[in-house]
Design a binder for this molecule. Structure first.
Ligand code: FES
Length: 115
């Protein structure tokens, strides 16, 4: 037996979560865009082949910092690591809008993605 549909839903329609915001990584000669499958930004980037370094995964060490070029993120709790203007800590945040990021050169140079 199928559950009752809510107002505005078609009976029997599959319920699904809305897609997560799109992530764009600015590369030297192009851009790499993807829709993450997990909300944690560090996990999303690593699952796409960006070998972003990390240590604490809790916003203390600053090891995972990247430059946010466009968009907004949300932190579970305010991170303690010191950040330069425009930097974010993907280990402890989620995208709250479509994002454009610039990753450290060392990460971009060793990625498994195509430029
Ligand atoms: S891994 Fe430590 S702040 Fe992100």
């Amino acid at each position: 037996m199928q559950p009752a549909a809510k107002a505005g839903e078609q009976p029997g329609a599959a319920t699904s979560r809305p897609p997560l915001p799109a992530i764009t990584v600015a590369l030297p000669a192009s851009r790499y865009c993807f829709v993450p499958r997990q909300p944690n930004l560090l996990d999303a980037l690593r699952s796409e082949g960006f070998d972003l370094p990390f240590q604490c995964r809790a916003g203390y060490c600053g090891r995972c910092r990247v430059q946010l070029c466009q968009g907004e993120v949300r932190y579970r709790q305010q991170p303690l690591a010191w950040l330069n203007p425009g930097e974010i800590l993907p280990c402890c945040c989620t995208a709250s809008s479509d994002l454009t990021l610039q990753l450290p050169e060392a990460v971009v140079a060793t990625g498994s993605w195509r430029d």
